[in-house]
Design a binder for this molecule. Sequence first.
Ligand code: PLP
Length: 627
Amino acid sequence: AKIYNLPNWGDDFFSINKKGHMCVHPSPSSKYSIDLRALVDDLIKRNIKPPILLRFMDVLQGRIAAINRAFKNAIAEYEYPASYQTFFPIKVNQQRQVVEAIAHYGKKHHMGLEVGSKPELVAAISFATGEKLPIICNGYKDNDFIEMVLYATRIGYDITIVVEKLFELEKVIALSRQSGIVPKLGIRVKLSSKGTGKWATSGGDEAKFGLKISELLAAVEILKEHDMLDTVKLLHFHIGSQITKIDKIKNALIEGTRIYVEMRKMGVGLEYMDIGGGMGVDYDGSKSSDFSSANYTIDEYANDVVYQVKNICDEAGVSCPNIISESGRATVAHYSVLVTNILNTNTQNALPEFDEILENADELSPTVRKLVDIYKSLDRHSLRVDYHDTIQLIQEAVSLFNLGYLNLHDRALAEWLCSKIFIKISGIVERLKSVPDEFQEFQLSLRQTYFANFSLFQSLPDSWAIDQLFPIVPIQRLNEKPDIMASIADITCDSDGEITSFVGENGRTDYLPIHKIEAGEDYYVGFFLIGAYQEILGDLHNLFGDTNAVHVSFNRKTNYKIDTVINGDATWESLKYVQYKGPEILKHVRDTLEKGVASRKISFEETSHFLELLDKALVSYTYLGSI
Ligand code: PLP
């Protein structure tokens, strides 16, 4: 567990059992757990093929509970006189079953939904029934969007329209006049406080959304003119996702709350302060301000929010607002795990062995002979010199080959010897008390590439796009020391489709410790903490479509229960996104085959077999089956 830093990023939802299998717990440190490897074996027996996205609904519930518990405790500790609510920003994961589950579990915590577009609004109103599931609308809005909110308000939905731009306010006022429906308004303000990391530009004066302070005052004047100051119930700000440093959050809270109290004093009818998203997830377990981590916990976040808001409101003599956070990542990151198989092509086992040349090297070319000598004599004392000589000799072998002085066989020998020498060096380096700088990164030269049956672009787009770390761990044999260092490559035809940064014991590492896979062994890896953003940002690179998804819940009698299986895209579905039609493809191929039959290039039986294969390909999963 330690080499993958599991105890530090798993938040006690994941552990390793006696069999060496990865397990998922329904709640942190619960004595009950689901054995991931056993679950995957069961799913495969049911013909659910990898890659499989496992959604653990208990984990989702656990995260919702943890966030709400942290705020409840903070409210009690500071005797905060108002409430807290999470509004789940559905852009983080819009899957119907996920939002449905959040709406269901979130009921007792009075959770709401945050939407940022018209399609998201349509999705949200399909769940919400009146006050039971309030909605906040951020983002750009056209007239239809605003009107839809107004009419939904009339029939009892609780929807707040957050004004992001001054012109939006004018539109809202005009449409409200026209329809005679009084809206519930929010105003988003641009803070000068910024977040950290990749999303820092969501805050600050140049942020894309929100009103500048001068615009805020103009908005207040416009609202006053229309006698609508009391329709503004919510002040909103958001300084970016995955804020890694707690002090940035504190700064934003201080500035945001100061604006809140000033606006209240100006007669604006504010009751809520929406502090946006940004609560970080510690993906690598380093508890640092690296952008894949966060230097605070949920409890610290909640305490700081409640304390800062109360402090400033008390000082200003203004009653405290109900606090809202739009914590998306922190709510859903943990609940989903992608599991897929390593495509063990056994090429390692198929490589030729040249051991006999170690005994008799006389006949070999001088370059290869020198490499044999190095291999035999290499020890702790000659490490550095032998390493340098090996590098030089392998370069020499390539040059000699290019000039025609070395044949292919001898070049293969040089390559083989070089790997053997590097493995020997690695063994010596591992035993050294102090490792010379030059060998600190040496392991990297031994890194192998393990191919996994998935698309990085579909399933972990942020790993590719912004080099974000996600914990990756084999789900079996975790009681055996992994003997191989590997990168994980996907099956797209894109050399970017490879993961070369991993969560290790001491932070980011360049390789994943993984086991040597035996011939015929089914070996799986899990990609963890991928519930936020990854499912929706993924794309169809090489037409690899949505993966199979399985919703799993914990069950005391049967250990687990499969709540839903959502089939991944079949090939025809991926093709449909890019305007191909299955029947047209079949017709085209059949016509071409007929020509082949006419010219006797193909037999009837071969035609039939080809069409069967095509038929099967169209309806089957886009990922690899047996190879
Ligand atoms: N609210 C708004 C307005 C956002 O733009 C975002 C995402 O950046 C969020 C909430 C969700 O942020 P997070 O997932 O970091 O909690």
